[in-house]
Structure formats: structure tokens, C-alpha cells
Design a protein around this ligand. Structure first.
Ligand code: ADE
Ligand code: ZN
Length: 346
């Protein structure tokens, strides 16, 4: 077996993937028709080229706004698992960002229940497992973020359907000009309720935002963390503390336009600095990416060996919010598969 085929088949973990960003182009068109929304074009992939995070978010928001009822969320979640598993996805902690839906009058309970229905169907079909992280949308501000977290805690306490899949909260959307510390109260409420915490930082902002994510918001993981190497002290500290960074190298080219080529991306240097940097797709359907391609392209760009790539996959397990037993089982599954897939040609 050649290394690219082996990387495609290797069971992989993904910790930075927005479920809305997995929506198939055909599903975009069908949901628009269902809800009487006129799209700028029927070939929606023509919209999928971006010059920075904010131009991407305009398209992301257009896609998000098509999710109007519980069935839509279930369909999206189901298809996301099937499409991920087709490229070796074994386990994912996936984001959903319900701010605009709550603003339009949807109930968080319906959204979570719909997602959970779809994930369960996808899991039964593929054997992959997918849990949820509820993201606060920075663009809607701290008060809306706090309301979302409070409602989530209320639903979990009541044992509402699907809430057992929600492991934690995150923070995404526009970065420039937004002070992450203004979300401290929402994150504190989440932490007190036993929810895990992560946040997008440093995709377009300096390392001070990454430090704020860890020190002020109490995040155990940082999503992207692209600018971290600009602060050697912080780099050393997060490496020592094994704070995971869920890095999305191809997204940083296609969405944020931070680098032109993978060869210029700091992923390799991040890992050489001892950081627990994992590989993820971010918004695969809106960027024409998949997790197999992410692994293959990164290997080719940095000259990584098969063993290097298996280590990256195992680091993905360490960065999860699974309990020890589940982590051990998932690591064993990856190691066993790696042993039988081990490529013979390079
Ligand atoms: N929402 C979806 N993808 C995102 C990204 N890469 N950064 C911030 N918010 C997002
Ligand atoms: Zn993201």
C-alpha cells in the first residue's frame, strides 16, 4: 500500500471542524429551495473563494442561515459523519455555532436534539463517533454568548435530549477588533457547570489573544493558535503544559490567507517547538478539503514519515476530551490500524 492510501485509511481524530462548514453544496441548494431562499448562484462552490476570515464568514453565515428546523440540523449532522468517515474519521468533537439561529427564534434544545439525531444515525452507519462543542459567536457579543451558555447549562441539568453529547463550549467567528476577555463571564459559567472550554484565537490575532484564551477564559485547548510562535515564552509554556492547538493548515491558506503554501505554514515548527499541534480541516465542504487530504498534503509538504503521521494522529487522541478509558481504546485502534496499514512504498 502507498503512503497516501494508508493516510486516507488511518483512523483519525478531528477536534476543529464546524458542522455548518461540512454542509454539502447539494444540501445548501436543497435547503435554500425548502425554505424559499434565493441563493446568489445555483453553483454555490463559485462562492467558495475567500481573501480573509471575514469574507469567508459572509459565506459561512449564508450557509448557517439555511438551518431553520430540527430536521435541517439532523440532516447536516448525519451527512457530516458520513462524509468524514469516508476519509478515515474515527472520532470528532464538532463545533456548532447557534447564535444567529437563537436570534431568529430557534430553541437551543431543538438544535441540539436535531444534531444528536443526525449524529446517532451517522454513527450507526459508519462506526465513527462524534460529540459536540457549542461555540459562542464573537460577532453577536458577550451578552448573547452568556445567554447561550446559560441555556445550555439549563438544558443539560434538565437532561434534555442530545445534551449528553455536548462536551464543552468554544468561541469562534470574527477576531479582529474583538477583545476575547469580554467573554470571560460566559466561560466562567461554563466552567462552573463542568463544561470543557476551548476558543479560536490567533487565526488573525497576535499571541496576546492566545494567552487570554488560556489565562482569562480558562481554555484547555486553543483552536488555530497560528500566531503562537511570535511569542517564544508562551510557546514554551503551552508546550510544557501540553495545551493542545487544533491547527488547520489548509484552512489557513484558503480561509484566512495567512500563508500561500503549506511549506510556509508554521505547523512543522510548532511541533518542533514541542507544542501539541493537531491536524484538522475547519470547514471542509466550504474549502474543498477533507481529513485525508489534510494528512496527505501536510506529509508531502514537510517530508514527514509514516511514523511522524501516526504520532500526529495519536496526539489528536491526547487532545480530546474523552475519558482515559476511551482515549486508551482509541489510541489502541489507531496503533493497530497503523501496524496493518504500514506503507511499503514511499
Ligand atoms: N467559523 C467557521 N470557521 C471559522 C474559522 N476558521 N475561524 C473563525 N470562525 C469560524
Ligand atoms: Zn474554526
Amino acid at each position: 500500500m502507498d503512503i497516501d492510501t494508508a493516510l486516507e485509511q488511518l483512523p483519525k481524530v478531528e477536534l476543529h471542524c464546524h458542522v455548518e462548514g461540512t454542509m454539502r453544496p447539494q444540501t445548501v441548494v436543497e435547503l435554500a429551495r425548502k425554505h424559499g431562499v434565493t441563493l446568489p448562484t445555483q453553483d454555490v462552490t463559485r462562492l467558495y473563494s475567500y481573501s480573509n476570515l471575514d469574507t469567508f464568514l459572509e459565506v459561512f453565515w449564508l450557509v448557517q442561515a439555511l438551518l431553520r428546523d430540527r430536521d435541517d440540523w439532523a440532516r447536516l449532522a448525519h451527512e457530516s459523519v458520513v462524509d468524514g468517515a469516508a476519509h478515515g474519521l474515527a472520532y470528532r468533537e464538532t463545533f456548532f455555532t447557534p447564535a444567529r439561529h437563537l436570534d431568529m427564534g430557534q430553541d437551543l434544545g431543538d438544535i441540539v436534539a436535531g444534531l444528536a439525531d443526525g449524529l446517532a444515525a451517522g454513527e450507526a452507519e459508519t462506526g465513527a463517533r462524534v460529540l459536540l462543542v457549542a461555540d459562542i459567536d464573537r460577532a453577536y457579543g458577550p451578552a448573547a454568548g452568556l445567554r447561550m451558555v446559560e441555556r445550555l447549562v439549563e438544558l443539560r441539568t434538565a437532561g434534555a435530549p442530545g445534551t449528553e453529547r455536548v462536551l464543552g463550549v468554544g468561541l469562534d467567528s470574527t477576531e479582529l477588533g474583538v477583545d476575547p476577555t469580554t467573554f470571560a463571564e460566559a466561560f466562567a459559567v461554563a466552567g462552573r457547570a463542568g463544561l470543557r472550554r476551548t476558543s479560536h484565537q490567533g487565526e488573525e490575532t497576535p499571541p496576546t489573544h492566545i494567552a487570554a484564551g488560556v489565562d482569562v477564559l480558562g481554555c484547555e485547548r486553543i483552536d488555530h493558535g497560528l500566531s503562537i510562535l511570535d511569542d517564544p515564552e508562551l510557546t514554551k509554556r503551552l508546550a510544557q503544559e501540553r495545551v493542545p492547538l487544533t491547527v488547520c493548515p489548509n484552512s489557513n491558506i484558503r480561509i484566512a490567507n495567512r500563508v500561500q503554501r503549506l511549506e510556509d505554514h508554521p505547523f512543522r515548527r510548532m511541533r518542533e517547538a514541542g507544542l501539541l499541534a493537531t491536524l484538522n480541516t475547519d470547514d471542509p465542504a466550504l474549502t474543498d478539503l477533507d481529513l485525508g487530504y489534510e494528512y496527505r498534503s501536510v506529509r508531502a509538504a514537510y517530508g514527514y514519515t509514516w511514523e511522524d503521521m501516526v504520532e500526529i494522529a495519536l496526539d489528536g487522541v491526547e487532545a480530546t476530551w474523552l475519558d482515559e478509558d476511551d482515549r486508551r481504546a482509541l489510541s489502541a485502534r489507531i496503533r493497530n490500524a497503523a501496524a496493518s496499514l504500514a506503507p511499503t512504498t514511499f
